[in-house]
Design a protein around this ligand. Structure first.
Ligand code: PBG
Length: 330
């Protein structure tokens, strides 16, 4: 594929020519909108570190989801901010938990939109870690108990299924969680609910604004013992193959921008549906620069989303989903 006499500029001089040779097409149908839901009524509280994004109560959330469906966006992913947090993250798998209520309300009032849920413990535990914490008797240090966490995550995924979720998305990065969730869903007659696993999830500073939004920063330590280390890409292949073997239907790379090479690698290596999470920090830094007049938000956002698509993502989770839906049609 090397054409020494070929002059690409000839095909750039006119809008129609550029469109004819375009290799990547971004569509509203590629996008998923993340949404935050909290207890209460009539609440629509802007998240200060993520302008244009809100914590909703269930009633206002339903109105928001109706609007999102009207824009042609195929799905939303829900994050819950519970009433109360405890050591075992009980509200994560309570039948009347905030997410379970939100799923039911959306399913009753909005047709034709996919409801995806983030399956994780960090928003529900009082220590803010993604699982069950136990003290190491020898060192006195607190550690995540991987296998105990699997039991909690399975209960959480099942309770979302019972409430009517369309896709579950485990984001905790415990070993074996996709298999555990697949098993409990199948045993209970939910074999048609797909799993979108956060398969290559890096320990990233770009999650900062999200942790404000979801009120879920770890109260001690960090998440480096279970999330991936930035310099590694072979490890991403191992993580993704394990998740696929355990039953993941869609595999996710997160964050997106500093890991575009990982998106391409996973797409080429596995030929599976790949999702990329354009995370909170990637959004907020552009918003901040736009507010200062340093960047044009719309142009940068569309270039970002196109870049993620070109890298190989089939699905993009992005806080720009609503804006992009409008920008793509005008
Ligand atoms: C974990 C989870 C996180 C995000 C999505 N799911 C936070 C984390 O792992 O610390 C981050 C998303 C974002 O930054 O937009 N439940």
């Amino acid at each position: 594929m090397y054409f020494p006499k070929y002059r690409p500029r000839r095909l750039r001089s006119n809008k129609h020519l550029r469109e004819l040779i375009r290799e990547t097409h971004l569509s509203v149908k590629d996008l998923i909108m993340p949404l935050f839901v909290r207890p209460g009524n009539g609440i629509k509280r802007e998240i200060s570190s993520m302008p244009g994004n809100y914590q909703f109560s269930v009633d206002t959330l339903v109105e928001e989801v109706k609007e999102i469906a009207t824009l042609g966006i195929p799905g939303i992913i829900l994050f819950g901010i519970p009433d109360s947090k405890d050591e075992l993250g009980t509200e994560a798998y309570a039948d009347d938990g905030i997410i379970q209520k939100a799923i039911r309300a959306i399913k009753e009032n909005v047709s034709d939109i996919l409801v995806i849920t983030d399956v994780c413990m960090c928003e529900y535990t009082n220590h803010g870690h993604c699982g069950y914490i136990k003290k190491d008797e020898k060192t006195g240090e607190y550690q995540i108990d991987n296998d105990e966490t699997l039991k909690l995550l399975s209960k959480e995924a099942l309770s979302h299924a019972e409430a009517g979720v369309d896709i579950v998305a485990p984001s905790d990065m415990m070993d074996g969680r996709v298999g555990a969730i697949r098993e409990i869903l199948d045993q209970n007659g939910y074999e048609n609910i797909p799993i979108m696993s956060y398969a290559a999830k890096y320990a990233s500073a770009f999650y900062g604004p999200f942790r404000d939004a979801a009120e879920s920063p770890p109260s001690f330590g960090d998440r480096r013992s279970y999330q991936m280390d930035t310099p590694n890409s072979e490890e991403a292949i191992r993580e993704v193959s394990l998740d696929i073997d355990e039953g993941a239907d869609i595999v996710m790379v997160k964050p997106a921008l500093p890991y575009l090479d990982i998106i391409r690698l996973i797409k080429d290596q596995f030929g599976y549906p790949v999702a990329a999470y354009n995370v909170s920090g990637e959004y907020s830094m552009v918003k901040a620069a736009h507010e200062k007049g340093w960047l044009d938000e719309k142009a940068v956002a569309m270039e970002t989303l196109m870049g993620i698509k070109r890298a190989g993502a089939d699905i993009i989770l992005t806080y720009w989903a609503k804006d992009a839906a409008r920008w793509l049609t005008c």
